[in-house]
Design a protein around this ligand. Structure first.
Ligand code: HGY
Ligand code: MN
Ligand code: MN
Length: 398
């Protein structure tokens, strides 16, 4: 089969038009938004034109199916609240191009998927987590986004398109191409990364509730200021994690909501996201203990009530040796001596799909290591090199 680089890049730029925003090539295309659904409808059309049968499942995952058993390629086409044009989109459009080229060449059989809510408006990689059974649909339906909208309500918007969940036995394996989203390949000048494993993650919301009060009349020593509790919590865990983490461990408080969020009111309530990632499940568990103990101590010391949202998590996952070997052979063919094996610090749908079938991933460089930001970008020559590696690997596996 022969992939068409121009057709691939044209489709990638077309997808960027859905939800184009901000500076440069930024997009705002969160799961189930108008832009996300319009992009999925367009993708379904492109799948049909490529000779695939489009199929939406009950959570909005879009498959482009070929007949019989096939390799599955893809990623996600939803974005972060502020995202780049390649995160997820690259893997979906590369999959579409490889499947299209395979249709034109009369094989091998390749299907395509764009998972829904990979970026976790509701959970963590929600669409693939439900398909793979890591999150039961009833549990997902109880999740809410940061504005309080429920997953059940959000996915209902696509109900008129939805068929059943696709039987994973249709697929022999899953390969996901993605931008690296970090500085390694950009720093080394290598063209391709073949992923060895994907880190694990834990994510939960924590709420401190104190006493809302007047910011002028309430003496400092009488305050129960929920923001001060968050600030103390953050300082304390940064210090306590020192004994437990490695240089590869990461943790983030990425969303803080203060109530009522006004300059003349001592905040009575603070809800914040606490997320941590590492390649070792035991370390993730030790960090959880520190988080919970620290939150309890601070709540006690500062007169706060403490509550937790549901704890979401995915375990670290190793890539399948056979699929990985096909990607390594593809990388060596396309970029001889100029690729590397590397772990993934970002999470991907492949983590969930690994419960259903063998999975593997390849990375292309990210300029400046920037992602989850409008500035995210990759040289088009590197995007095309990645596409060629994916096609090579698919041909070998086919
Ligand atoms: O956050 C992640 O690692 C992924 O991009 N959802
Ligand atoms: Mn992604
Ligand atoms: Mn992402």
């Amino acid at each position: 089969m022969k992939v068409d680089a121009e057709r691939f890049l044209a489709d990638l730029h077309k997808l960027r038009g859905f939800g184009a925003a901000g500076v440069g090539k930024g997009v705002v295309r969160p799961a189930y938004s108008k832009a996300d659904i319009a992009a999925r409808d367009w993708l379904a059309e492109r799948m049909q034109q490529a000779g695939l049968t489009p199929h939406f499942d009950p959570v909005g995952n879009l498959f482009g199916l070929t007949e019989g058993r096939s390799l599955l390629l893809g990623s996600h086409s939803d974005s972060q609240p502020e995202g780049g044009w390649l995160d997820g989109a690259l893997g979906v459009i590369a999959a579409l191009e490889v499947a299209r080229a395979a249709q034109e060449a009369g094989g091998p059989p390749i299907s395509v998927v764009s998972f829904e809510d990979e970026e976790g408006r509701f959970g963590v990689t929600t669409g693939s987590a439900v398909w793979a059974g890591s999150t039961p649909l009833e549990v997902a339906d109880g999740l809410t986004d940061r504005d309080g909208t429920g997953f059940a309500e959000a996915r209902a918007v696509m109900a008129d398109r939805a068929g059943d969940f696709i039987d994973p036995a249709r697929f022999t394996g899953y390969v996901e191409m993605h931008i690296e989203q970090g500085p390694v390949l950009d720093g080394s000048g290598e063209k391709v990364g073949v992923v060895t494993d994907i880190v694990g993650i834990r994510d939960m919301r924590i709420t401190f509730t104190g006493q809302q009060n007047h910011a002028g009349t309430t003496p400092m020593h009488l305050r129960r200021d929920a923001f001060q509790a968050v600030a103390a919590f953050n300082a304390a865990i940064n210090a306590r994690f020192c004994n437990v983490v490695t240089p590869a461990t990461v943790w983030t408080i990425g969303h803080v909501s203060l109530h009522p969020n006004a300059s003349s009111i001592v905040p009575g309530r603070a809800t914040f996201s606490m997320q941590w990632r590492d390649g070792d499940s035991d370390r993730l568990a030790r960090m959880e203990r520190i988080i919970r103990d620290t939150a309890e101590e601070i709540a006690q010391a500062q007169g706060m009530d403490l509550s937790y949202g549901p704890m979401l998590g995915l375990e670290p996952v190793a890539m399948d040796a056979t699929l990985r070997a096909a990607l390594e052979a593809g990388a060596e063919a396309v970029a001889p001596g100029n690729w590397r094996k590397m772990p993934s610090g970002a999470l991907h749908d492949a983590t969930n799909v690994a419960r259903l079938m063998p999975v593997a991933m390849l990375f292309t460089p990210s300029i400046g290591g920037i992602s989850h930001a409008f500035e995210e970008d990759t040289d088009e020559a590197d995007l095309v090199a990645g596409l060629e590696v994916l096609a090579e690997a698919a041909a070998r596996l086919g």
